[in-house]
Design a protein around this ligand. Structure first.
Ligand SMILES: *[C@@H]1O[C@H](CO)[C@@H](O)[C@H](O)[C@H]1NC(C)=O
Ligand SMILES: *[C@@H]1O[C@H](CO)[C@@H](O)[C@H](O)[C@H]1NC(C)=O
Ligand SMILES: *[C@@H]1O[C@H](CO)[C@@H](O)[C@H](O)[C@H]1NC(C)=O
Ligand SMILES: *[C@@H]1O[C@H](CO)[C@@H](O)[C@H](O)[C@H]1NC(C)=O
Ligand SMILES: *[C@@H]1O[C@H](CO)[C@@H](O)[C@H](O)[C@H]1NC(C)=O
Ligand SMILES: *[C@@H]1O[C@H](CO)[C@@H](O)[C@H](O)[C@H]1NC(C)=O
Ligand SMILES: *[C@@H]1O[C@H](CO)[C@@H](O)[C@H](O)[C@H]1NC(C)=O
Ligand SMILES: *[C@@H]1O[C@H](CO)[C@@H](O)[C@H](O)[C@H]1NC(C)=O
Ligand SMILES: *[C@@H]1O[C@H](CO)[C@@H](O)[C@H](O)[C@H]1NC(C)=O
Ligand SMILES: *[C@@H]1O[C@H](CO)[C@@H](O)[C@H](O)[C@H]1NC(C)=O
Length: 787
């Protein structure tokens, strides 16, 4: 979250309504509108000594723009300025209620925030909310409908909590920054390293949070109803938190236009265009010298203009750009509490900001609040209450998400799943064997409960627990011996190790890719003496170099469990004992440890820089060896694919407005007469599509889910083109011995664009390659232009 300073600032500035509404437990009464469920209630106005009929902004038969204008026109400048911070103080004089903009719902409703300006909170009347796995693990499911379903469950809990006065309606989630570097501390919050996966996750999660069933066909997107408002953050090129003293507040991302378009902006573009998100948050870092929050090109031209955002841009609220217009952006570094609101007021007086700019900001904000029913109510959600938070259905969904995300990395001789008829005693050892809060990572709330690995395994056998390490840091060997003793006696040994927020977190990047302290010794020594098979379970967000375990024949199986959420323990045990057949895939490359010695985290380039010896980043540009590659993941069964049909060539007839463009080729490459065409020049339609079907056979003995991944490789010899790019994926369940058909449809303009050096999006002519799965099936797709 990029709002630490903002929050500090606002909590200093004012004493926000210190007394919370004592009747918050009533149904449909929000924290902000007092004893009423929404602002425009005639009785509420009457209590304020006002006649609601005389306020056009409360007339629901008027269009939103008329209502918003009426509301804004009623405010004085001083009143307006008090609405553009994350605490909007309201204007009792005209019936406008206060509103707290800041709530979080990264993987469940969170109470992160500062007392006083915190919309969401738990107490004895509403003690917790479902804490789903951290996003990095949910992403590993590669299941789009799961991503959306979790969003729907979270927004249901949000509405239920709002009705109890326990939450706001505007959630500053999800975090969709691409994990460019394996050291980034916030990988756990994100869907991983691939811009397309990240954007697809964002679209689904945002739709789950925002969409109101039955209003899908709303044509005026500015008035499309919202269940809750989501926010895609942090825009953009923000993925250095604190690395060897370089922190995000001072970091200047030196980014090429090419990387910007291809990698850093892509998920945001998808979030806005495909997800129709109602808010974007800009980040603290600078981009090539200009603060991301003060760059009119990035904010106004791109998000509002090109992508057509229906909503507001937040950081230091909508109007950083407004506030700073004509002013030195450096003044932002004065994070003094009352600076912002004072400044806006006086800046207008001094002519540095036009009041009309503040009005524009307010307009964007009130449109969103109108869409949320803040003014008129949302009857369809009125019945949601405490029983809808932490329901059995949601807890089961949290467990299901963890099961779907867990990745099987090694399974020597089919050692897994364990057979509970044979395995009666278990040694469950390691610093995470009894993990609780570790499993919910950051931006968590209070979970409904915890099911630790220990608890999960207890339902399958007799468990003997040893920590092995006092904590993740594992500073000494003192607890290893008892762990070895436990392993000597058990029918099977489960080692649960990994990282936590003391290693990878907001404001804390990693400096290496190793397991901390003596964890490696713990694993090796326990594995050496175990009576039964040894199963290694790694909890982490970023990849860990566990080559030693991969090659250790005493370690029969390895699972990656991310940070699996409040129900994580049962999910892990279900996978180990075969109650669930794992199908997750790594959403990140697991690099070897020396990778981080080859390039500094502060170099943002994705492509290798030969002159500096920097390797490339992510599976798209790194061609060296890995511990496990992006997309890796095994199953207890085997699948094979058969390709049914596909178009193999696409000829595009160019008109005289469509020009051929140059591409840079390696010397040995044949250079076609018309190398490429600007995608914006092509009027893409069905003629430029291709589709095919894959038959997925489950040829093993167990039911299972398979993630079918489709990659594209650009024509050979184009300098700086990605090695490959994921363009589609689908998770399917296939019963043992069965088959499922999966259909893929692509539009070459959307899926086969190459961003060139000068940031043009080009379609290259020549032999493209489409691969399905891990190189099992591939076919050529010839693109040619006729002039
Ligand atoms: C809500 O109603 C109760 C009783 O009717 C009253 O005491 C209380 O002050 C009201 N709260 C607000 C915030 O208006
Ligand atoms: C609300 O607006 C409609 C449409 O302009 C108008 O007919 C109606 O009289 C207004 N209602 C009130 C209470 O002013
Ligand atoms: C994907 O997620 C949905 C929604 O939770 C679930 O019903 C479905 O079984 C999952 N699909 C697969 C193949 O795992
Ligand atoms: C939206 O439009 C589609 C296609 O016309 C239709 O099938 C669907 O029923 C509509 N949904 C609603 C809620 O009106
Ligand atoms: C596991 O952790 C929980 C919560 O920290 C603690 O209450 C419990 O005693 C621990 N279990 C064991 C066996 O140590
Ligand atoms: C080992 O580490 C633990 C936890 O850090 C500490 O409490 C203990 O004193 C250490 N033991 C030795 C022998 O250093
Ligand atoms: C796998 O099984 C084969 C045959 O049973 C055996 O020779 C081999 O040692 C086993 N490998 C491991 C790593 O257990
Ligand atoms: C990786 O790329 C470099 C530079 O382009 C090349 O020299 C090397 O052979 C490639 N390695 C592999 C394994 O493809
Ligand atoms: C996949 O499995 C099916 C069913 O066993 C078999 O008929 C088919 O030939 C296999 N296809 C491939 C490509 O191996
Ligand atoms: C080709 O490479 C040169 C130098 O790297 C660059 O200036 C030029 O813009 C590139 N052309 C294209 C079409 O990418």
């Amino acid at each position: 979250m990029a709002t630490i300073r903002l929050i500090l600032f606002f909590s200093l500035a004012f004493f926000v309504a210190a007394t919370r509404n004592p009747r918050r437990n009533l149904l449909s009464k929000s924290e902000f509108t007092g004893n009423y469920s929404h602002v425009c209630d005639a009785a509420r106005f009457a209590e304020l000594g006002l006649d609601m009929k005389t306020f056009a902004y409360c007339n629901s038969s008027l269009p939103y723009d008329v209502r918003v204008k009426d509301l804004i026109d009623r405010m004085t400048l001083a009143e307006k300025v008090r609405q553009i911070g994350d605490t909007a103080y309201g204007v009792p004089r005209i019936g406008l209620a206060k509103y707290e903009w800041w709530s979080e719902a990264l993987h469940g409703i969170s109470d992160v925030g500062q007392t006083g300006s915190k919309a969401t909170f738990f107490d004895s009347s509403l003690p917790g909310a479902t804490s789903f796995p951290t996003v990095i693990l949910t992403a590993a499911s590669f299941n789009q409908s799961l991503w959306k379903t979790i969003g729907q469950a979270v927004s249901t809990e949000a509405r239920a909590m709002y009705n109890q006065g326990h939450a706001g309606l505007t959630f500053w989630s999800p975090n969709i920054n691409v994990v460019r570097d394996p050291r980034w501390g916030r990988a756990l919050e994100t869907p991983g390293e691939d811009p397309y996966v990240v954007g697809t996750y964002a679209t689904n999660y945002v739709r789950g949070l925002q969409d109101v069933e039955g209003t899908e066909n709303t044509t005026d997107l500015n008035s499309r109803p919202l269940k809750v408002a989501a926010c895609c953050k942090h825009y953009a090129a923000y993925d250095v938190d604190n690395w060897l003293g370089v922190d995000r507040y001072h970091f200047d991302s030196r980014v090429t236009e090419q990387d910007m378009l291809e990698t850093f902006l892509k998920p945001f573009e998808m979030c806005v265009k495909d997800g129709d998100v109602s808010s974007v948050m800009c980040s603290y870092n600078r981009i090539n010298g200009i603060p991301a929050c003060a760059d009119p090109k990035l904010l106004k031209d791109t998000i509002r203009g090109e992508w057509d955002l229906h909503g507001y841009i937040v950081s230091d609220c909508d109007s950083i750009e407004v506030m700073l217009d004509g002013h030195k952006w450096l003044s932002l570094d004065l994070d003094c509490g009352s600076y912002y609101t004072n400044f806006a007021d006086s800046a207008v007086v001094q002519g540095k900001v036009r009041e009309a700019e503040i009005d524009k900001a307010l307009k964007n904000l009130y449109f969103v609040l109108l869409r949320l029913g803040f003014f008129d109510g949302s009857p369809q959600f009125n019945l949601l209450n405490k029983d809808d938070v932490c329901s059995n259905e949601h807890k089961e969904l949290a467990a299901e998400a963890a099961r779907e995300g867990i990745v099987l990395l090694k399974n020597e001789n089919k050692s897994l799943p364990l057979d509970s008829a044979k395995v009666k005693t278990l040694a469950v050892v390691g610093p995470h064997a009894n993990a609780t809060s570790v499993m919910i990572g950051n931006y968590a709330g209070v979970p409904c409960r915890y099911i630790a690995p220990l608890d999960g395994f207890s339902s399958f056998g007799k468990v003997n627990y040893e920590m092995g390490c006092a904590d993740v840091a594992c500073k000494n060997e003192s607890l290893i011996f008892p762990a070895m003793e436990a392993a000597k006696k058990a029918d099977a040994t489960i080692l649960v190790v990994g990282l936590d927020l003391s290693v990878e977190a907001e404001s804390l990047d990693r400096v290496d890719l190793l397991l901390p302290g003596y964890q490696t010794q713990l694993i090796n020594q326990v594995a050496a003496v175990s009576k039964g098979p040894v199963i290694l379970v790694v909890m982490s967000a970023g990849g860990v170099d566990i080559s030693f375990a991969k090659s250790n024949s005493n370690i029969k199986a390895i699972l990656w469990a991310g940070y699996p959420g409040e129900e994580g323990g049962i999910a892990i045990a279900d996978v180990v004992f075969g109650r669930y057949n794992p199908g997750g895939r790594l959403p990140l490359t697991w690099y070897e440890a020396d990778y981080v010695d080859m390039l500094p985290m502060t170099s943002l380039a994705l492509r290798p820089i030969d002159t500096l010896g920097y390797p490339g980043r992510t599976y798209k540009f790194f061609n060296g060896s890995t511990v496990y590659p992006f997309g890796y993941g095994l199953s207890y069964t085997q699948f094979n694919y058969t390709l049914i049909s596909s178009r193999r060539s696409i000829q595009i007839k160019l008109n005289n407005l469509q020009h051929c463009r140059e591409m840079n080729y390696t010397e040995a490459t044949y250079k076609p007469p018309c190398p490429a065409v600007l995608i914006d020049d092509l009027k893409c339609d069905n003629d430029f599509g291709f589709e095919f079907e894959v038959e997925v056979h489950n040829v093993g003995k167990r039911d299972g889910s398979e993630v079918v991944m489709v990659y594209w490789t650009p024509p050979e010899g184009i300098i700086e083109a990605p090695l490959k790019q994921l363009i589609g994926f689908e998770r399917v369940f296939v019963p043992a011995g069965g088959l499922e058909k999966v259909k893929f449809q692509f539009d070459v303009c959307k899926s086969l664009g190459i961003i060139d050096y000068t940031a043009y999006n080009l379609l290259a002519s020549g032999g493209h390659t489409i691969m399905v799965g891990d190189g099992g099936i591939s076919f050529p797709l010839q693109v040619s232009f006729e002039q």
